[in-house]
Each structure stands twice: as structure tokens, then as C-alpha cells.
Design a binder for this molecule. Structure first.
Ligand SMILES: [Zn+2]
Length: 458
């Protein structure tokens, strides 16, 4: 038995002092701070710091196997541990082969499991070729049986092994995914608009950051969201829009929710902190897809988090090879992506909590509980509750610190936040009762400890 002593947990927006008892990786009891009930073999004193249910990053690209020159499961899950993330959910498309059937799922699992420092789940995938051959129904069923939490779709794709899906492809597969009671997650940017305007920019020999922004034109996101919402309106499947970046896209999602459609969305720290003006100044480090937008979009995303129309926060962690893939003077030649999982929690504490935009209770929901609920990981993950996994993100709320590249665990040692002073630091990360990260010692977990988490959705 383990006792986590002097913890402060967030309940109904109030801090409650408690001791948490843990047995065999599960929460055994939670008692008020002054009561010491059970005998223990081990004690962790968290010294009055705030203990959240383990935070979940539901959207990462850890590139393993296949693109491990950029990231792998070891460096990816180490950056999660250092960032207070106790469970990550990895995308199906940025590994070779993509996770599009049971065999590929097992292949990836065997490779990444021995490298994991924190718990992980997998997104599944489907390709247009599988739809054409009719094989997709069988493959999706296999993936469901293996425990994927949902199926990822792209309305635009630059990936050879994971092409975009057309409206007819999506209508068919949404139906199949619905029968399995899983969720369809969409990268929403209209490919016709983006292809045309991106080509135009390059024909004009534009190489500046703004040409990337203009090429991936604003309306491409709402346009693609309308299309998939239209399909969902017919199919009545569960739909999730990933990395939302626009106010207009958010308004469509709000409308869809009012219509009673089962639609959710997420946004990422980068869209909440930066705008096109920063991209113009900073360049490649902030090259992402969809691109950064305007101030009014950024502010509306915060409002969406506050009013519940945005369900949670993810990072879309995607590390380019640094500096090689992030240092071309031509913006089109740089890799699109930021490794974000290590800095997401401190960033949201700094810009969300300390700047008065979100409460601790809201952050707890947006980075843990809502994600676990939506993806069927609840109540094993996402809450501090007797019987749940003893996953905790322990935060030193008022600690000021400066982001340094040498402290980043990701292979991509870059971030637009380098040299920025943040308020709010990860004090400790605990996964199923084991400390995997400590502020003063760094990573203290064991490689291979992280385990596969499956959705509980039947
Ligand atoms: Zn992504």
C-alpha cells in the first residue's frame, strides 16, 4: 500500500486536502488530510501541490515504427511523462504500416510497448483502398477487437500510405464505424481549396510564412467541417473534429450540437497562444496544419473551451527533424508540426489559469475527464475515484520557470516557447502508482512500464 500525502485535489472548484491510498496501481481510498487510517509500506509527500487526475493527450504522432528519425515511443512517452501526461493516444497514420488492420495493430504494439514510459492507446485507421476492396468492414472489426479508441480520417492528406477520404468513402466507413459504436475523428481542411491556393502561392514563387497561411485558406476548415457534419447528419455516427483552429469551424460545431448530433471537438495550445502575426515573425517553428489564424479566432477558441462547445485540449504532437526539417528559408520546404506534449499542461496553466481564462476545475475536465469520457477510458482514467487507476499529474501551480531546449525529451528539441517564462510547473507524474517523473530528478520511470489502454465502449 502507498500513501500520497499532503495532496490538494480540485473538487467543485475548491481545493481539498487529502491523502490518497493506492494499492496495486489503483486508488484504494481518499481521506481528508488530517486523517491517517491505513498502514502503508510507502509514502510520497507531494507537499501541498495540486494533484489532478492523470492528464491525457488524445492526439499525438509518435512516428513509431517508420519515422523514428523524427520521434519514437521512447522519446515521445518520456516527453509525455515530463509534461504530466499519464496517457497518450497515438494516431494511426504516422507509423509504417499505418494501423489499418489487426495485424498492423499488433506489429506496432510489439515495437512500441517495450519503449513506453506512460500508458497509451491507439487510434485506428482506414484507407480508400480498403473501402474500394470492401475489406474495411473486416479490418475495422479487428481493430475494434484490439481496443482502438476510434478511427481517424483525413479530408486532405500529404501521406502516401494514408490518403484522404472522399465523401462517398466517408459515408460508407462512418456507417461501419457506427455499427462498432466507435468515434470518427476528422482532420478537417477541404483539399480542393487548399490544393488550389497552395499551388497558386508556389507558382507565384512565394516562400514567406504568410503564403502557407494563405494557401491553406481559412474557409477550408469550415468547408470540410460542413461536409463531415452533413454526412453525420445522415449516418448519425459519433464525430470528432481534431485540432480546431477557426471561429467559423467552431460555430458549425456549435450548430451541430444544438441539432442533437453527437459531435465533439478539441483544440491545441498552439492555436490558443499564437496567431498568424506570430507565424509571420517566427516562421518555420510555427508552421502547422491547419495554420495559425487571427486574433479573433484565438479568442473564440478560449470562449469555446469555457462554454463547453470545445470538449477538450490535445497537442497534435508532431516533431520534425530539428534543425534540418525546420530551417529552410522557403516555408513550403519545412516540416509542419510542433512537439507539444511536454509543454501542454504548463502552457494551459500559464495562459489559461494564470491569465484568468480557465479555472482549475475546467482545466481538469478539458485535459483529463472529458477525454476519458468521450473515448471510453472512464472511470479507469480521467477521475480521482476509488477503483480508478492511480494516475496523477502533480502541479506546482505558482512556480516560475523558463523553457529550455535541453530539457525537452522529444527528439525535436524545438518549441515556439523556448526561453519563455511560464508560471506553473509539473512537480511529479504518477502512472498507476509509480512515479515516472520528478521535477528535481527528471524521468525516473521505467522503459516498458507503460501499457496499452483499450476503450471500454462495447
Ligand atoms: Zn495530427
Amino acid at each position: 500500500m502507498l500513501r500520497i500525502k499532503n495532496a490538494r485535489i480540485v473538487k467543485n472548484e475548491e481545493l481539498k486536502e487529502v491523502n490518497i491510498y493506492v494499492e496495486r496501481g489503483k486508488i484504494k481510498d481518499i481521506v481528508p488530510g488530517d486523517e491517517i487510517l491505513l498502514p502503508v509500506e510507502k509514502e510520497i509527500n507531494v507537499k501541498g501541490n495540486i494533484v489532478f487526475p492523470g492528464f491525457i493527450d488524445p492526439h499525438v504522432h509518435f512516428d513509431d515504427p517508420g519515422f523514428t528519425e523524427r520521434e519514437d515511443f521512447e522519446t515521445g512517452t518520456r516527453s509525455a511523462a515530463a509534461g504530466g501526461i499519464t496517457t497518450i493516444i497515438d494516431m494511426p497514420c504516422t507509423s509504417i504500416p499505418p494501423v489499418t488492420n489487426g495485424k498492423n495493430f499488433d506489429y506496432k504494439l510489439n515495437i512500441v510497448k517495450p519503449k513506453a514510459y506512460v500508458d497509451f492507446a491507439f487510434w485506428g485507421g482506414v484507407t480508400p483502398q480498403q473501402v474500394e476492396s470492401g475489406e474495411y468492414r473486416k479490418s475495422l472489426k479487428e481493430l475494434k477487437d484490439k481496443g482502438i479508441i476510434g478511427v481517424k480520417f483525413y479530408t486532405i492528406s500529404g501521406m502516401k500510405l494514408y490518403p484522404r477520404m472522399t465523401v462517398p468513402d466517408m459515408d460508407k466507413t462512418f456507417r461501419a464505424v457506427k455499427e462498432l459504436n466507435l468515434i470518427c475523428a476528422i482532420h478537417a481542411e477541404d483539399c480542393y481549396l487548399v490544393d488550389y491556393y497552395s499551388n497558386l502561392m508556389q507558382e507565384m514563387r512565394r516562400e514567406d510564412p504568410e503564403s502557407w497561411y494563405e494557401g491553406r485558406t481559412y474557409e477550408a476548415e469550415p468547408e470540410a467541417i460542413w461536409s463531415v457534419v452533413a454526412i453525420t447528419e445522415k449516418v448519425r455516427n459519433k464525430l470528432h473534429i481534431v485540432h480546431l483552429s477557426t471561429k467559423e469551424g467552431l460555430n458549425i460545431i456549435r450548430w451541430a450540437k444544438v441539432q442533437g448530433l453527437d459531435v465533439s471537438t478539441e483544440t491545441c495550445p498552439q492555436y490558443l497562444i499564437f496567431t498568424i502575426e506570430d507565424f509571420k515573425k517566427v516562421g518555420s517553428l510555427l508552421k502547422i496544419a491547419p495554420p495559425l489564424r487571427k486574433e479573433e479566432d484565438r479568442e473564440e477558441l478560449w470562449r469555446g473551451l469555457k462554454d463547453g462547445s470545445i470538449d477538450f485540449i490535445s497537442t497534435d504532437h508532431a516533431a520534425g527533424k530539428y534543425p534540418e526539417e525546420k530551417s529552410e528559408s522557403n516555408i513550403w520546404k519545412n516540416y509542419a508540426g510542433i512537439p507539444g506534449t511536454q509543454l501542454a499542461v504548463p502552457t494551459i496553466l500559464h495562459y489559461g489559469y494564470h491569465q484568468g481564462r480557465l479555472t482549475l476545475g475546467e482545466i481538469q475536465k478539458l485535459m483529463s475527464e472529458n477525454i476519458a469520457q468521450r473515448y471510453g477510458l472512464h472511470p479507469q482514467k480521467g477521475v480521482i475515484k476509488v477503483g480508478g487507476d492511480a494516475d496523477f499529474t502533480v502541479v506546482d501551480l505558482d512556480k516560475k520557470w523558463v523553457v529550455e531546449p535541453s530539457k525537452l525529451e522529444s527528439k525535436g528539441k524545438y518549441s515556439p516557447l523556448i526561453e519563455k517564462e511560464l508560471t506553473g510547473k509539473i512537480y511529479m507524474t504518477i502512472v498507476r502508482g509509480e512515479v515516472v517523473y520528478k521535477e528535481d530528478k527528471g524521468i525516473v520511470g521505467t522503459k516498458g512500464y507503460g501499457k496499452l489502454i483499450k476503450t471500454k465502449i462495447k
